[in-house]
Design a protein around this ligand. Structure first.
Ligand SMILES: Cc1cc2nc3c(=O)[nH]c(=O)nc-3n(C[C@H](O)[C@H](O)[C@H](O)COP(=O)(O)OP(=O)(O)OC[C@H]3O[C@@H](n4cnc5c(N)ncnc54)[C@H](O)[C@@H]3O)c2cc1C
Length: 492
């Protein structure tokens, strides 16, 4: 299987524009039917947009009223994760969610969330006394007054979820076009002719706009509805896996009118996230983090879990929420024929994404797309072996087959050369792509020791020269000049 598609100028039945978690779920869902589907993604890899920089929470179903489509899709989506996890082998854990009230007067809001959860059929939701909430999460501050527990909530590695969905879609015949920035579209007979910035063109009968922050631009390109997506930035701190502040469940504060607040999140892989902030920004490409906001995050996190220490911080990052009103906007366009809008997918978009795909599939059927089940559709993506998950004996047996399993490239996260090779072979040929697939560069040293080794492996396996290796594609070249020891095939 190869992520890099050969140019295929034949006609498709459906083109999904954007390969974040929405587009990936839609494409994978359509791969179960005997139609030709293409994914068009402007970046060099998938999941490089909002879907890579979020809290990774599978929400508990109590934050929103069920009058909203997003709330209904959140509940349906959450319930689909166990089956998807069995099929696709991505990191996911239903660890449960806590909302911690730090003052008795916050309990009114907690009670409201509890009742909303009951109305939303949120299984097992509990209104908790101080004693019960401390029993559920002993690392909470002793100032806690009580709270809420939703056992159905969970955590996922969001980019690995998208990678697995795309791997499954490609195995089942979907074509992926990366570095394909949709820039022009026009109708020609029954088809949309869709052109990338670099002149490549495909044809598709139906087009689905899942372009996240840029769904407004794509809508204009198709002469469809005129709307504006605004960006709201969320900044995070990442704490090392050695921190004493790792809770066993996701810990939310009591939400405000504009956001769910700053949380403490145990990641599936054992690190801890603290954040996010919520600030409107003009620039959709602004992923900066600021000392002022990060200070706010620490203060707020420590109020809930006092074990949080600045010394445990290993990096910071930001994601941008694609804001468009209160709800998701998922509809057949009323202006452009055979065009579906999947816009304004802010939180809980990750949780809702499998249900978004089902919803979009039904819209396509109502619009006239005929779907017959594909014989031989295979939902399974095998688990890619990882040294950090192996016993010593297992590791020895892998090394006996291929010594690359014994060459540890990233010592912080225990990632071997064989795993980097696997990532590159699956099409993750940028430093960030390798990072999100393998976790190499994600540990305490943040790539300080392993980046040059990874560059060498990428050059060797993808047959790239030093000036073609990038951090995340396009203009993000990582080397300013050639160094002899980096030459193709050089030893590690
Ligand atoms: C700070 C933060 C925290 C969040 N936390 C959670 C959470 O814990 N749980 C949860 O459920 N949700 C959460 N969310 C929401 C969730 O991350 C989003 O709903 C989801 O990632 C949106 O996915 P998407 O596929 O719609 O958009 P994206 O991931 O942005 O994907 C859109 C894709 O379209 C591509 N694209 C854009 N323009 C073009 C073009 N012209 N041609 C081709 N491709 C194009 C982009 O490159 C991108 O890859 C959070 C969001 C943020 C920002």
């Amino acid at each position: 299987m190869d992520f890099e598609p050969q140019p295929d100028l034949s006609a498709f039945d459906a083109a999904v524009i954007g390969c974040g978690v929405s587009g990936a779920n839609i494409a994978r869902r359509l791969s179960a039917y005997s139609i030709k589907t293409a994914i068009l993604e402007k970046d060099s890899d998938v999941s490089f947009g909002t879907s890579k920089a979020n809290s990774g929470i599978i929400h508990g179903g109590f934050h929103h009223n069920k009058k909203y489509l997003k709330s209904r899709l959140e509940m349906q989506g959450s319930m689909m994760f166990d089956q998807l996890r069995r099929e696709l082998n991505f990191p996911f854990k239903r660890c449960g969610i806590i909302v911690a009230a730090l003052h008795y007067d916050e309990m009114k809001v907690v009670e409201h969330l509890y009742l909303q959860g009951i109305q939303n059929d949120c299984i097992g939701i509990e209104l908790c006394s101080r004693q019960r909430i401390l029993e559920l999460e002993p690392k909470l501050s002793y100032d806690v007054a009580g709270g809420l527990y939703a056992p159905g909530g969970g955590i996922v590695e969001p980019y690995r979820f998208v990678f697995a969905l795309v791997e499954s879609a490609l195995k089942n015949g979907v074509s992926l076009f990366t570095d394909f920035k949709v820039s022009e579209a026009c109708q020609s007979g029954d088809y949309w002719r869709i052109r990338a910035k670099d002149g490549r063109e495909i044809k598709a009968r139906y087009a689905i706009n899942a372009a996240g922050l840029f769904a407004d631009e794509v809508s204009k390109i198709f002469c469809a509805e005129d709307f504006t997506i605004s960006a709201r930035k969320g900044e995070y701190y990442l704490l090392d896996r050695l921190t004493k502040a790792c809770p066993s469940r996701v810990v939310f504060p009591v939400p405000t009118a504009v956001s769910k607040g700053m949380l403490v999140i145990p990641t599936v892989e054992g690190t801890v996230l603290v954040g996010p902030t919520a600030d409107d920004t003009e620039d959709k490409n602004n992923f900066s983090t600021t000392a002022k906001h990060l200070e706010q995050i620490l203060v707020s996190g420590k109020k809930m879990i006092p074990f949080i220490r600045e010394n445990d911080v290993i990096t910071s990052f930001a994601g941008q929420r694609p804001c468009l009103g209160e709800d998701f906007y998922i509809e057949a366009s009323k202006k452009a024929r055979n065009f579906v809008q999947v816009a304004g997918i802010q939180s809980p978009g990750l949780t809702a994404s499998p249900a978004i795909a089902e919803y979009v599939k039904n819209i396509l059927v109502e619009m006239g797309l005929q779907l017959t089940e594909k014989p031989g559709w295979n939902p399974i993506v095998e688990n890619h072996p990882k040294v950090r998950e192996m016993s010593l004996n297992e590791h020895d047996s892998y090394i006996a087959k291929d010594p690359a399993w014994g060459n540890m490239v990233c010592r912080c996260e225990n990632v071997s050369e064989a795993e980097i090779v696997q990532a590159v072979k699956l099409g993750h040929t940028t430093l960030d792509g390798v990072k999100y697939f393998t976790r190499a560069q994600m540990g305490r040293c943040q790539g300080g020791f392993c980046t040059y080794k990874i560059i060498k492996i990428i050059m060797r396996e993808a047959n790239l020269s030093w000036d073609e290796v990038t951090k995340h594609g396009a203009e993000s070249r990582v080397l300013a000049a050639e160094k002899p020891e980096l030459q193709y095939g050089g030893s590690l």
